[in-house]
Design a binder for this molecule. Sequence first.
Ligand SMILES: Nc1ncnc2c1ncn2[C@@H]1O[C@H](COP(=O)(O)OP(=O)(O)O)[C@@H](O)[C@H]1O
Ligand SMILES: [Mg+2]
Length: 334
Amino acid sequence: MAEVFLALHRSLQNVERLVAVKRVLPHLNEDPAFVDMFLAEARIAATLTHPNIAQIYDVGFADGRYFLAMEYVDGVTLRQLSSSLPALPIAQVVHVGIAVCSALGSAHEKLDIGGERMNIVHRDVSPQNILIDAAGYVKLVDFGIAKAAGTLDACTRPGTTKGKLSYMSPEQCLAGDVDHRSDLFCLGIVLWELTAGRRLFQRKSDFATMSSIVSDPIPRVRDVAPEVPEELEEIVMVALERDPARRFGTAAQMQRALEDFAVLKRLRPSTLDMAPLVASAAPAQRAARDALLEAVAAGDDAGLYALDIAVEPTVTSKSARPAARTTRRPGPRG
Ligand SMILES: Nc1ncnc2c1ncn2[C@@H]1O[C@H](COP(=O)(O)OP(=O)(O)O)[C@@H](O)[C@H]1O
Ligand SMILES: [Mg+2]
């Protein structure tokens, strides 16, 4: 739906910072439904300020397209990280789980400026949308299909993506009522896969994937990976209860369970231990990113640099020149 670039934001007196710029894909730019969805993401995400959510700086319109300028997360996606390792150490799995719970809790509980709960649901919690920066901090991104109370439901629009199929909750698959507990199920899938070391609901067809989410028996983590501590398995399996009423009631409760588990097992979920894993993860992607940063640092800022290198690992070139103004002016009046 969108493309994401690295860009240099230059404001008064050459004050510079790197930002990530997200724009609607050109062919979708003419479709008012997609543009609405994009602006809905901006409206929701821009209200959120949390250390585990990539901060939105600005929304702008340049060269006929809307864009979001946000905190650039210099690191890898959780997908890249986990596929670079035989297994993510348990302490780091817990580190990711705690951080994502904290991010989700803050979004779920968010009040609007009038003090009303916004009832934000992310709806796309998946390894591609969980980034980990070079210092080991976890950042949730992509509120592209997030929903807040009172906003239009993108899912009802024809041809609109509904999140990554194999990371959907049963109620999302069944197009039922979706509340904040849906995100906890999706995080449960992510944690199950990190601990078990394999995919949970990926099947040959979309139909088979969705039907497995809705009705296949869910293997317990320790059936696949007996070395995983029982208490952690229990947390993951509670998150994966098909009946939302049997899951954790809130992200904060799930976060607390993970924190208690870490204390019990004397684990130290720390950014300091995560950072070296990020440094060694996905060397090709890291090299591509370094090349982009070098080009930007050398003042070659006339373009935007593709960041979505999870999809196209070899992209290092800048895009067409007309994007240049976006690069220079994603500032307050951009
Ligand atoms: N703030 C960011 N910093 C660095 N990379 C990012 C950032 N936001 C997104 N990306 C990269 O771009 C990819 C796609 O971004 P995302 O917002 O998830 O868009 P989409 O709606 O296309 O999934 C992410 O998986 C990640 O690799
Ligand atoms: Mg995404």
